[in-house]
Design a protein. Structure first.
Length: 164
């Protein structure tokens, strides 16, 4: 248990801000998902075999399953959103205040996109992210990315953590 031997100071000072990775499919996954399912079934079936070829068949089936999983994984783009430092998050909220007569913590029309642009991988500019969100995403994908940026910034400790 390496965590027990590491001091609290070391763990806290080496901790990075929270981040989330959102996988977005970049291809039709139907055929590849079926290949993974069939390869997994073949791998499980190989475990049921009797005889001296069982080990070889299990290893071959595992190799095929790993290849199918790798092919499926290659069809995803992984977008990472990283939490802002708290003072930057609060400043962004101030820049997008709740609308008058609306029951909201911030302007729900402008804040989610601005937060995503501030938290998303910096390989793309805000303008490039805007084009991506508006022209290359489904509504569900766009909502998932915007919610991921909110989630990573407002996450709270689990209520399941025991109290002293």
């Amino acid at each position: 248990m390496a965590a027990a031997t590491t001091s609290l100071r070391d763990r806290l000072t080496s901790r990075k801000r929270p981040s989330l990775t959102v996988p977005l499919a970049d291809a039709d996954l139907t055929g590849l998902s079926r290949e993974v399912a069939l390869a997994e079934e073949a791998w499980r079936t190989a475990h049921l075999e009797q005889g001296n070829q069982r080990s070889k068949h299990v290893a071959d089936a595992r190799r095929d399953l790993d290849a199918a999983i790798a092919a499926l994984d290659a069809c995803y783009i992984k977008v990472t959103v990283t939490a802002l430092p708290p003072e930057h998050f609060e400043k962004l909220i101030e820049e997008h205040p709740a609308r008058e007569d609306e029951d909201e913590a911030w302007n729900v029309d402008t804040f989610p996109r601005a937060l995503f642009f501030a938290c998303a991988d910096d390989e793309l500019t805000a303008e490039e992210w805007a084009v991506f969100l508006d022209e290359r995403c489904s509504q569900a994908e766009r909502d998932t990315l915007l919610l991921a940026a909110q989630h990573v910034n407002v996450r709270a400790p689990s209520a399941a953590i025991p109290k002293d």
